[in-house]
Design a protein around this ligand. Structure first.
Ligand SMILES: [Zn+2]
Length: 375
């Protein structure tokens, strides 16, 4: 089930909206209709206020979209593939095909977003100032949109990774120390401090404005999680870089399709040979047989049932190609919630990658990387 619905394409970039955006849309409409407009235009009817509220929410939506589009377009100009833009509760994300390769690239991709929001804010501020006499209603709404866009620019420029400002900060540190991993660590740590600052500010604000305080606290919490997880992701990526599925694959103990389940259990499983076995015939992978498959079968039937009859067939397996990157393999395992994936070239069996093996490898590689006193 997808939690994102696609609304179209701009410059060939797929635009998606996460369902959580519905809340933001409702929140903006409601706050404009019931607090902003009632304050400035108490004489307006309720339906007038709600219609204008919806219009303001749509313009807000377009402002966020422009912000994200600017990131994506600069990335595209740098030759980075853009998989799409998703708008969700805290704003948007541009889903880039890869990370920036130089500090300069990253700096430009990151800074253009807040600059775009700032430019939109300035445009609305000019509208606010020039229309004050002629059309006070339009002017008031323009003023509100100027403030919102200014706030988006300011918030995104907070120097905590993975906010835009944190990315700008990271690119500067990266340009100076030429070590992306260390720059990411410094920027993520700053991101955590910024997050704790927001949470503390939210706690204080709670006593004056409960909703605003809770909101700020939630944003802080979200930023803290994003800062730590994006750093872990980065470390994982660096640790596994250059490794392919083929390099991680182990041959495993293969079984023939006609082996009785009884024999599989007594000769292999009970002798500590593992709990998951590739079923192979002439180097072709037919399926995987695991302890879970065996447990589904009545014990009395073990002697007369072949592994072929109870295995998970090839068609139902998640497999990877030998040249797939280790990081992709790990992502597949966590997405599909499986502990091992077979590596196949077409149907030719190459080996099996298990989550435990990858985790042990990560530990060793990290220990080696940090043993030279770099960390
Ligand atoms: Zn941004």
């Amino acid at each position: 089930m997808s939690t994102t619905f696609k609304i179209g394409k701009i410059f060939g970039i797929e635009i998606g909206v996460h369902w959580s955006w519905v809340f933001i849309f409702a929140l903006i409409t409601w706050s404009v209709a019931e607090s902003v407009l009632t304050e400035f235009f108490p004489e307006w009817s309720s339906s007038q206020r709600w219609v204008v509220g919806v219009v303001v929410a749509i313009i807000f939506f377009a402002s966020i979209l422009l912000h994200e589009l600017s990131h994506s377009l600069v990335a595209k100009a740098k030759g980075i593939p853009v998989n799409g833009i998703t708008l969700f509760v805290f704003g948007g994300v541009s889903n880039l095909g890869r990370e920036a390769q130089t500090a300069g690239e990253e700096f430009q991709i990151a800074i253009v977003g807040p600059l775009t929001s700032l430019a939109i804010g300035v445009a609305f501020a000019i509208a606010w100032a020039t229309l004050r006499g002629a059309a006070p209603e339009v002017s008031a709404i323009a003023g509100y949109l100027a403030l919102i866009n200014g706030a988006i620019a300011a918030f995104n420029m907070l120097p905590g990774f993975p906010l835009d400002g944190g990315r700008v900060f990271r690119s500067i540190v990266w340009a100076r120390n030429r070590n992306l991993l260390r720059a990411t660590r410094i920027a993520s740590r700053t991101g955590e401090y910024v997050a704790y600052g927001l949470m503390a500010a939210g706690a204080v604000q709670f006593f004056f404005n409960a909703v605003g305080g809770v909101w700020l606290f939630i944003i802080g919490l979200f930023l803290r999680n994003a800062a730590t997880s994006s750093y872990e992701q980065m470390v994982l990526q660096a640790t596994l870089s250059g490794l392919s599925a083929r390099a991680l694959a182990r041959p495993g103990v293969a079984v023939a399709p006609d082996m009785p389940v009884e024999q599989l259990v007594s000769d292999l499983m009970l002798r500590g040979q593992g709990r998951c076995f590739p079923v192979i015939s002439g180097q072709q992978l037919l399926g995987l047989i695991t302890l879970t498959d065996v447990q589904r079968l009545e014990r009395e039937q073990w002697p007369q049932t072949s592994v072929f009859q109870v295995m998970t067939p090839f068609e139902k397996l998640h497999t990877v190609a030998p040249e797939d990157e280790a990081m992709q393999v790990l992502q597949l395992m966590s997405e599909k919630d499986v502990n091992q994936v077979p590596v196949v070239d077409g149907r030719l069996f190459i080996g099996i990658v298990s989550r435990g093996d990858v985790m042990r490898l990560i530990q060793v590689r990290r220990a080696v990387a940090t043993s030279d006193g770099q960390d």
